[in-house]
Design a protein around this ligand. Sequence first.
Ligand SMILES: *Cc1c(COP(=O)(O)O)cnc(C)c1O
Length: 363
Amino acid sequence: MNVYEKIGLPKVINCSGKMTKLGVSTLSESVKEAISNAGSHYVVIDDLLDTVGNEIAKIIHCEDICVTASASSGIVIAVAATITGDHLSLIESMPNHNQKKKEVILQKGHAVNYGAPMETMINIGGGTPVLVGQSNKVEREHIEQAITEDTCALLYVKSHHAVQKGMQSIETMIDIARNHKIPLIVDAAAEEDLEKYYNMGADLVIYSGAKALAGPASGFIAGRQSLIKSCKKQYKGIGRAMKVGKENMMGLYQAILDYQEKNSTKDHQMYCVETMMKELNDIEGINIKLVQDEAGREIFRAQLKIDEKIFNKNAYDLGDYLKQGNPSIYTREHYINLGILNFDFRSVTTNELQQVIMKIKDF
Ligand SMILES: *Cc1c(COP(=O)(O)O)cnc(C)c1O
């Protein structure tokens, strides 16, 4: 019995992916060990912040790193840093500063809600979001014409949450940022490549520590030294409300070390999808096929389509049925209105896979 069951909550089988609403990830033995050890000792926190930042920067080949409590706080801190620089009094006045240079330009299709609104994070960081273009169409001109002397940053969101068509590419954003000498912030919270966007020329790139990396609740900003210095200095102001504990700093560092060594879990994912196809595709009215992640990441999922005419029940019924009882099974319901449930196996053991298959057979 796990600690959640002890207080009366059902066991959860997570077929939905790295979801905040289900606790994002579970921790490996080595990450748990790092967290436990870190929690058993004292350390000079400012030195830890610098040293862990340097070590992670060496691994992912960027100039410097600011560790954060989450990717959301990474966005807040990055925006604040582009407004304040390393000016202490200004940092202490945040978020109610009197700077005019506080506009953050982003494409309308990037003003997403990933569980909370992107615009909220910009506001907490003392910025003002400036949305350009339309939600399905943005031209280069829209972005360039919005740039004024009050612009502090451009923001690009690399995510399946963002509109994928009709937006300007990250290459174009980098080009515009370079031409106008404005920093480009990239939100790459759930991305798996920790070097790509920095190497392409982004100034600050934000990752979540708990999603692809399967670390504890944490995040980090990768970027150029002077801007990262200003990011870290936010811990003397608004950053204090987003404090990262020593345990999570070391847990994140260990998760990144492990991530460098770990082979892709592609084999496990493919095994699960193929098993599900073999076991369930005989059922009339249910069709399962292999699909790759919409945003092109190395994630392979089973897409289950249910034919309401044959089955007399639809995907909403199946989704609700799977969540009921113990274990409670959560899937990806983004396309549920089309009769589709997607199963993500990155957090599912082979034993849990069998339980999922049995439960669907009993539907
Ligand atoms: C998950 C996510 C975030 C927030 O990450 P947290 O670490 O949960 O704060 C921000 N942006 C995008 C695109 C995300 O997918």
